[in-house]
Design a protein around this ligand. Structure first.
Ligand code: GLC
Ligand code: GLC
Length: 625
């Protein structure tokens, strides 16, 4: 492969060697080109035209690099020198819909002072790209990666927002929706019209033969909308649509697709995007007779894009969105693949612990499933724009005598308030009577009991965010949560949203709650103050940087425990997941110094006797020798 790399480098250089952009490009090509070609060879090496495929891709990489602004190139050099920059205790992420939360890009720009007040360093905007109307899966059906949805603002405004955010120390995060395009993308339109080149961009079949064969082994993602994984076109052909029928899966076994999407990826990177949220990574490669999820080639494809980014947009990081079995989730995380990843297991188990008042599964996950390779990080979160899926490992649950299937049924009942005394007010998402599968919608506040004014609602929510802020990785705030925004039942009246209960937790900005955020007698005020305090504590605790964590078994089923940093200079976090006071017995604490300072309450505590935690109380203990 080195020989091919040398030949291709020479050929590329022939026309470009005298351009100023060439030397730094050539240097990075030398460093990462081999890796790129290796991965690519695994995917497309059997083709006779492999060398041409590789050559075209390198040309795309060079063009991407040439178009990169001086500011971004400067950032590239900085970030290359500090590969752990995102592991800092100063890192705090947030996510929102530009239109729902701020009225568009200009509105967001006007919110930069608020972001600074919160301490944000990372802002994920839900996909702002041009998409079909009115159905677009909340922007996840992209018709052009180079145009914006007009109601959000122009591409120039998005660029300006990226620049202003960067000046304020905030990274812009956008999606790379690369598993599929919308059926209105120019490629899809050409494919629909019968252009063979573009039909080859998608998985299109003349009849049910192949779809039937594939459907033997793939799961249904949105069964409410269409059964199986394929949709039929008016002309009778079938096209692969893992998600909605207007989201056509791209066919990456065709290298033209890989290259075309590389071009789009670099375009987005060059807007000034620091992290690309790699959407639906599990699904990008298909092979008959398999579930068509998490295939080895999906990893190769990501690693090839990662190598390409190191060459053409070096500061660009990937965030994996794989909401799958925890073993498969970690498979995507490495410096060579996705440097950061959603932590769907922690998210689901936080909610599980609230429902059961038992921390066993969460504690086990922290001990066994939290550690990650160097130079990578979890993105920890309480809620996202998606449903809550119960993706814990059945094997882990079995260790505690919990049956996965039955337990998921319980959790679904609990969170949609069909269980006695449940404090949660969620709704089912994609309730599938055939498989028994179901997921949950609802805002964090409504799922924590704030909707009906439950006395513990605020403390519950602060406890969840407390774990997210202190357990290692990048904490992510769903904007609106900081004032306890409740479910938006209005979605049911909107014909375009009514069929998708995820809109329940995608409410417009709740002005009334934001106006109350400094009022300590309101839920909004209490939450806001509580969260701000935890965020401020985090910023000043270097022990919370990075991802290393040591589980601390409290021997009380309702109390979670873990230690960050060394005993003498770190923090011991304890959290009570029940509505009753809980005790951690003195012998459990015997290895610790006799006294500690709880940073959250500011109180000194004795550890040579039993420790009592109030309902949903969290302690961030600084251990004093
Ligand atoms: C991801 C998104 C989700 C979307 C799906 C299809 O899972 O988070 O909102 O429906 O991908 O793009
Ligand atoms: C994601 C997940 C699925 C989730 C859906 C969108 O990619 O795999 O569990 O529910 O897309 O909500």
């Amino acid at each position: 492969m080195q020989a091919l790399l040398n030949t291709l480098t020479e050929r590329l250089a022939a026309a470009r060697a005298r351009q100023a952009a060439w030397p730094p490009f050539a240097q990075r090509l030398q460093a990462h080109g081999q890796r790129l070609l290796d991965e690519l060879h695994h995917l497309y090496g059997q083709r006779e035209d492999f060398a041409e495929v590789a050559e075209r891709l390198l040309a795309v990489a060079y063009e991407g690099w040439r178009e990169r602004s001086p500011g971004l190139r400067q950032l590239d050099a900085q970030r290359e020198a500090t590969p752990d920059w995102f592991a800092s205790e100063q890192m705090l992420g947030a996510v929102c819909y530009a239109d729902l939360w701020a009225g568009g890009f200009k509105g967001l720009q006007a919110q930069i002072p608020y972001f600074k007040e919160l301490g944000l360093s990372y802002l994920h905007l839900m996909p702002p790209y041009l998409c079909p109307q009115p159905h677009n899966d909340g922007g996840y059906a992209v018709s052009s990666y180079r145009d914006t949805q007009p109601q959000l603002g122009s591409m120039a405004e998005l660029r300006s927002l990226a620049t202003q955010l960067r000046k304020a120390g905030i990274s812009l995060v956008l999606d790379f929706v690369f598993n599929h395009t919308s059926d209105e993308h120019a490629w899809a339109q050409a494919a629909r019209a019968g252009d063979p080149a573009y039909s080859g961009y998608y998985w299109m079949f003349p009849d049910r033969g192949e779809p039937d064969a594939y459907e033997q082994t793939v799961r249904e993602i949105f069964p409410d909308e269409h059964p199986g994984a394929f949709s039929q076109l008016p002309d009778g052909r079938w096209v692969w649509t893992t998600f909605h029928s207007y989201q056509w899966d791209l066919n990456y076994s065709n290298p033209e697709v890989f290259t075309a999407m590389a071009r789009e990826m670099l375009f987005i990177a060059n807007l000034g995007v620091d992290f690309l949220r790699m959407d639906a990574v599990a699904f990008v490669w298909k092979r008959k007779g398999t579930p068509c999820e998490n295939l080895p080639e999906a990893h190769r494809l990501l690693r090839a894009y990662n190598a390409l980014a190191r060459i053409a947009a070096p500061s660009l990081m990937f965030k994996s969105e794989a909401i799958v079995h925890p073993d498969d989730v970690v498979g995507y995380i490495s410096p060579e693949e996705c440097q950061v990843s959603y932590n769907p297991l922690q998210m689901a188990l936080l909610w599980n612990s609230l429902a059961t008042r038992e921390v066993n599964l969460l504690q086990y996950a922290l001990e066994k499933r939290h550690a990650l390779p160097a130079h990578t990080a979890w993105v920890n979160y309480v809620r996202s724009h998606d449903d809550i899926g119960w993706t814990f490992a059945d094997e882990d649950a079995a260790l505690y005598g919990i049956k996965g299937f039955d337990h998921r049924q319980f959790l679904n009942k609990f969170f949609v308030n069909r269980f006695e005394d449940s404090f949660a007010r969620g709704e089912p998402f994609q309730d599938n009577p055939v498989t028994g599968d179901c997921r949950i919608s609802g805002t964090a506040a409504s799922l924590c009991g704030l909707a009906q004014g439950d006395v513990h609602g605020v403390a519950r929510m602060l406890l969840l965010y407390g774990v997210v802020l202190s357990s290692g990785g990048i904490p992510l705030l769903y904007l609106g949560d900081e004032v306890g925004t409740l479910n938006d039942h209005g979605y049911g009246k909107d014909a375009h949203k009514a069929a998708d209960s995820r809109w329940l937790h995608r409410p417009p900005r709740d002005e009334a709650r934001y106006a109350q955020r400094h009022d300590p007698t309101s839920q909004a005020g209490q939450l806001h103050a509580g969260l701000r305090q935890l965020i401020a504590l985090r910023r000043h605790l270097p022990a919370l940087a990075g991802g290393c964590l040591q589980a601390f078994w409290t021997h009380n089923p309702a109390v979670l425990g873990y230690q960050r940093g060394p005993l003498d200079d770190g923090v011991l976090v304890l959290g009570n997941f029940s509505e009753h006071p809980q005790r951690v017995a003195a012998p459990v604490l015997s290895a610790l110094p006799a006294r500690a300072l709880d940073l959250v309450s500011g109180r000194g505590l004795a550890l040579d006797q039993d420790l009592t935690l109030q309902p949903y109380q969290q302690l961030w203990l600084r251990l004093a020798a």
